[in-house]
Structures are given as structure tokens and as C-alpha cells.
Design a protein around this ligand. Structure first.
Ligand code: ZN
Length: 183
């Protein structure tokens, strides 16, 4: 099956979250997929983020990760997910935060310039650490992605209503129909 970076894959609302969400179904050991295992997908993430990522100021001039920074960048991705996921679940761990700040510093120190994906992701994560309304960060009830809820009444449950919201609705509809036809 051909793969493309669609707007849905940039539902996080911040570059750091879109990067963390490049692991699909992270919590499911059987279904989990790491999109960045494929170097082509890592490379094509950059031009797609330039178009679709909500954090425009960081995304517009984005450049690829420097080849010798690959491991460092993936460590940052894991630290972003670990800290913010646990914080969203109510466990604001100083250890996780320290690991994240170290990964941010490491990527800022070794990134080639301001526009490198590793540098921009580090800056995005730093912004999220200081975000005045941390309760806006949520975990999609369907797929487990992290996202920022920018809706007025802060009632978003899904990373993307058109994808995860509809899947939940369709499955509820199916369950209802089954009950009706098979009492
Ligand atoms: Zn989702």
C-alpha cells in the first residue's frame, strides 16, 4: 500500500506532537508502526510538515534532520511522548521532564541550524513545556495520538473528527444496528 503524509497525520496542533504521533498505535504492541523506520518517510515528512503542520513559524522553513542526528532526534521524539503523555494522564513526572529537557538541549546543541527538523522539534517541545494551558493537551480517545484542543469549549475528544470521530460513530452505529437486527 502506498503511504502519503496527509493533513490528518498533522492533527497534533504542534510540531513536537506531530513528530511524537509518527508512531501509530503506540500502545498496541501488535499494531504499533513507526513511520520513521523508513528513511524515505522521514525525508518526506519535512515537505509535508511545511504544508500541513499547524505550527507555521517553525514549519515553513523546515529542513531535514542532519544524517548523524538521527538517533538523537528519535530520542527526543520518545522523550516528548513520554513526558506529555504521562502529564496528560495526570502524572507530571520530574524525571520525564528532565529527560525531555536533556533531549531538547542535546538537539539544540547539535542541530545544524534553526531550520533543521531536530532543532525545530526541540523548540516546539520547549514551547509546550511552558504552555500556559496544559489542560488543552489531550490523548485521542480512538488512536492514542497527542493533540492540542484549541476548540472554544475544549470538548474535542479525537485527534481528527473526520477520521477518528467518524470511526467511533460508525462502530457505534454498527453495534446499534446489530442489536436491532439480532435481539
Ligand atoms: Zn485519533
Amino acid at each position: 500500500m502506498t503511504f502519503t503524509w496527509t493533513p490528518h497525520r498533522f492533527s497534533g496542533g504542534a510540531l513536537a506532537l506531530d513528530v511524537a504521533n509518527t508512531i501509530i498505535l503506540r500502545m498496541d504492541p501488535l499494531e504499533r508502526r513507526d513511520r520513521f523506520e523508513d528513511p524515505v518517510k522521514l525525508a518526506t515528512f519535512v515537505p509535508a510538515a511545511q504544508v500541513f503542520c499547524a505550527e507555521r513559524d517553525l514549519a515553513v522553513r523546515l529542513a531535514p534532520v542532519r544524517p548523524d542526528n538521527g538517533r538523537r532526534f528519535l530520542q527526543l521524539r520518545e522523550a516528548i511522548d513520554a513526558y506529555f503523555r504521562n502529564r496528560t494522564l495526570g502524572h507530571d513526572s520530574r524525571d520525564d521532564l528532565a529527560t525531555l529537557l536533556e533531549a531538547i538541549a542535546d538537539n539544540l546543541r547539535h542541530g545544524n541550524d534553526q531550520a533543521g527538523l531536530e532543532t525545530a522539534t526541540a523548540l516546539s517541545a520547549l514551547r509546550l513545556c511552558g504552555e500556559p494551558a496544559p489542560e488543552r493537551m489531550k490523548i485521542c480517545a480512538k488512536c492514542g495520538w497527542l493533540f492540542l484542543d484549541r476548540s472554544k469549549n475544549r470538548s474535542r475528544m479525537w485527534c481528527d473528527m473526520a477520521v477518528c470521530g467518524n470511526r467511533v460513530k460508525a462502530s457505534r452505529h454498527y453495534q446499534r444496528k446489530r442489536k436491532e437486527t439480532d435481539p
